[in-house]
Design a protein around this ligand. Structure first.
Ligand SMILES: C[S@@+](CC[C@H](N)C(=O)[O-])C[C@H]1O[C@@H](n2cnc3c(N)ncnc32)[C@H](O)[C@@H]1O
Length: 216
């Protein structure tokens, strides 16, 4: 499965993304200008999502360079398992884990978001930040997130959506046409989240960004 999905984050685009989102100075204005996204809200969600007590497991699907646990470093007391397809992004994640002193509490694994190498009902929470819009099969990923989260657990994330308002719609259309983005529509995301088995599905919008939460 791993070999048939192209790694679009291995080049300068992935490096640039990782630099910008992990910069307190560049991240907020870049996210607002490109997507109308409130980056401070995303960071707040990452902190609450990645925080875990001893004995809890959080799964960060398409973790990229480890943005979520870098925000929440002192609150990661259990185990966070980050999965990503890109060896290059995982390389950034390994370096960030060391910089945060999280070697014993963050495990990083190369895996496809729709096929996680984890038993059912392993995690307290799944995170899915800034990833669904670059993955083709949204339903498959949401079902996989639901599978690995135990009953009573939750899913937390943000995605760029297809039906964004202007002016951000122009950026979404450009990247969709280029083949880099395959974003879900807002209604489609809500439907797929519920069909995957998440109860109490909630989502709200800021520009092209949809923040979402579901309970397992
Ligand atoms: C925009 S980055 C987001 C990274 C991180 N979650 C964040 O919020 O900064 C998208 C990530 O999704 C990963 N990715 C794309 N397709 C994937 C797939 N099918 N399975 C797993 N990871 C994937 C990419 O390698 C990249 O690291």
């Amino acid at each position: 499965m791993l070999c048939v999905v192209r790694d679009r984050f291995s080049g300068v685009g992935g490096w640039q993304y990782d630099r910008v989102v992990n910069s307190r100075v560049l991240g907020p204005p870049a996210a607002w200008l490109a997507w109308g996204m409130d980056w401070r809200e995303v960071h707040r969600m990452m902190v609450s999502g990645a925080s875990c007590a001893v004995g809890e497991i959080v799964v960060d699907i398409a973790c990229g360079g480890g943005t979520s646990y870098a925000q929440a470093a002192s609150e990661v007391r259990g185990l966070l398992i980050g999965f990503d397809l890109s060896p290059v992004m995982l390389g950034y994640a390994v370096r960030r884990r060391a910089a945060c002193g999280l070697e014993g509490r963050v495990a990083l694994v190369r895996a496809e978001a729709g096929h996680l190498p984890l038993p059912d009902a392993t995690a307290t929470r799944a995170l899915l930040f800034n990833a669904l819009h670059v993955i083709r099969d949204h339903g498959r990923v949401l079902r996989e997130a639901r599978r690995v989260v135990r009953p009573g657990g939750s899913l937390l994330g943000v995605t760029i959506c297809a039906d964004a308002p202007l002016p951000w719609r122009l950026n979404v259309r450009r990247l969709t046409r280029s083949g880099l983005f395959t974003p879900p529509g807002a209604d489609e995301l809500a439907r797929l989240g519920r069909e995957a088995g998440f109860r109490c599905w909630r989502q709200r919008r800021s520009g092209a960004a949809l923040y979402f939460e579901g309970e397992a």
